[in-house]
Design a protein around this ligand. Structure first.
Ligand SMILES: [Zn+2]
Length: 271
């Protein structure tokens, strides 16, 4: 997940450009960004500037065709570069996501979302995506499931760990850049992850979000992506979190559904 572009998606159908270039360019309207796309990109600009400063190989892609049901903002990894993909046309969720955030908090949350995506990018660039922290090994044992389903569950857990890492990066970004808004952005994450239909899918990052309630646990002074390491490991090792039943239980149905969706999607997007 998160890498490779499938067949059938010709590059001629893609507009590829740097958001910084677009937003700095008075002729940006010529690129026909929608109001929703502009709102997302403008809010995410500090994160995109940070990516440039850090030298991360990041491109911005706006999918011009309707993409209903696709994550509005996702990350793909193609040819050694990260692709921040906006799938917002014909996709009501793109504007709805913004509308669900309190107006005064919107840009701060969008920054956290963009930083989450950058967390995925960083893991890919480090060639660490899916790799456990040093000293840990996957000792997961699945009982009473087929070998095929055990593989699905292992994939689900691998993805969930990465989503936990990315959520922590988004929160660490907030603590670094908007410390006065941290509690609100953290509460937004709590609500987002609590609202999942299924408690055990790959986006069930509640173990990490719970631990990040105290932002002093980020290692201030370290580079952004390294600030989250301690909390990330703690979340991986955590038993069931208070108030979060059966966090360790396996969301087999969701994992199978996600894998099926991934197989159907031409671009392996991580949201
Ligand atoms: Zn993600």
């Amino acid at each position: 997940m998160g890498s490779g572009m499938g067949n059938g998606m010709g590059s001629s159908r893609w507009f590829v450009f740097l958001a910084l270039l677009v937003l700095a360019n008075p002729a940006a309207r010529a690129l026909d960004l929608t109001a929703t796309e502009r709102a997302w990109l403008e809010a995410a600009l500090p994160v995109l500037q940070f990516a440039r400063t850090e030298g991360l190989p990041l491109d911005i892609i706006v999918q011009p065709q309707p993409t209903p049901g696709v994550t509005p903002l996702g990350m793909a990894f193609v040819g050694g570069r990260c692709k921040l993909v906006l799938s917002m046309r014909g996709n009501a969720e793109a504007q709805a996501t913004l509308d669900r955030i309190d107006r005064g908090l919107r840009n701060v949350v969008v920054e956290a979302i963009a930083a989450h995506e950058l967390g995925h990018c960083w893991r890919h660039i480090q060639q660490r995506w899916g790799v456990l922290p040093a000293g840990l090994r996957d000792a997961t044992a699945w009982h009473a499931v087929s070998t095929e389903h055990a593989d699905v569950l292992r994939d689900m857990w691998r993805t969930r760990r990465e989503e936990g890492f990315a959520d922590l990066v988004g929160l660490a970004w907030t603590q670094l850049n908007h410390p006065a808004r941290y509690a609100e952005v953290h509460a937004w994450h709590v609500r987002l992850r609590a609202a999942l239909d299924l408690e055990t899918g790959p986006h069930d990052t509640r173990a990490w979000v719970y631990l990040a309630a105290d932002p002093s646990l980020f290692k201030a002074g370290l580079p952004l992506f390294e600030q989250v390491q301690t909390l990330w490991v703690a979340g991986i090792l955590s038993p069931a979190v208070p108030g979060v039943p059966s966090l360790r239980s396996a969301g087999l149905a969701q994992a199978v559904a996600d894998r099926t969706d991934a197989a159907r999607s031409p671009l392996h997007l991580q949201d």
